[in-house]
Design a protein around this ligand. Sequence first.
Ligand code: NIG
Ligand code: FE
Length: 415
Amino acid sequence: MSTTIIHNIKQLIGIQENTETPIQGQALANLPVLENAWLEMSEGKIKNYGTMATLSSEQLNKCEYVIDANGGMVGPAWCDSHTHLVFARSREEEFVMRLQGKSYEEIAAAGGGILNSAAVLRDTPEDELYESAARRLEEIIRMGTGAVEIKSGYGLTPESEWKMLRVIKRLKSTSPIPIKSTFLGAHAVHPDFKANPDAYVDHVIYDMLPKVVDEGLADYIDVFCDRGFFTPEQTNRILEAGNKVGLKAKIHANELDYSGGIQVGVNNKAISVDHLECTGEDEIAALKRGNTMPTLLPQTAFFLNIEYPPARKIIDAGLPVALASDYNPGSSPSGNMFFTVALACIHMKMLPEEAINAATINGAFAMELEKNFGSITKGKAANLWITEPISSYAFIPYSFGRAPLKHVIINGNTY
Ligand code: NIG
Ligand code: FE
């Protein structure tokens, strides 16, 4: 049986013996760590760990491979529960328009934004979409991501939505890390339905969804429930239709306004409600009523220059929080979870411990992967990162903008 031991680990981060429930409230500030540690992997899984004093030379000699962490930290690979990494091309011209004073919503209302991405994607061959998405997937794995969710939503026609979902399905079959797929036909109203958005909602439910289900193209269903996009009533119809055919919800809510999206998500037992820049007392009360994971995407607030979600209020209310990158060409053109974690600390006042828990085990919960990913737990997948030699884990958010990595381990192998 092939085994690998990582030794000379300064801190082994994110050890959880029991991951039955998400980490919430005050408990988020507790990041269990073992100082001066080793970790053994076998058959792609975490087999054992301990302090260096307990590692015999016999044990080291017996194992097939040895990795010297050389004073680096080892932690569970990031669980990025919200991305749109299948897209046809970047949108830096809109970025420049925003620098010149236009808002994200103005650009979207003028046919840019999601509609811009959709128009290009429709004419992009499936293989080309696959190739570019596979490169982005590789890029995020190299930055320490070990599980990811990917959405459709740049199709907005049945053919193009299915095309995107087939690309995600193909990525699933070739990817070394687990991928969850989300059907986001209701990302924006297709321009042909501009005069009658309810008819577009029908189109999503009756013309797109059945084949998504029949061909097993998605794990979840999503709606952009916000000002200028879909109303809570429209969102409710789509989520109910999804629930009926076994697709649980993970939705975009309250990015641009107090849209009612959080309440609709909780009422439909969504796995997660994501964004939450506009979250007040009513929204927090709604979250307290259910088991929906509040998922925050600070890179989007950073890139669009909007208010950050009130992470402190959410955590201090005793709720859990997950962090994700929102990697997409319009509002977050980066899948660097190290930067996500840094922004969560710098702009949302999350502690390093809270941010790391939120980007690992709680991210795993936000895509129902917590049984096998998101923590250092015996028997879980050996998807890990090994940092450069650094002085403490607080250096991770402190040294913002970088991914201070030496190695990424996926299924027990260096990637
Ligand atoms: O999560 N908010 C909606 N959807 C994406 C942005 C999509 C785009 O601009 O392309 C988001 O931010
Ligand atoms: Fe998004």
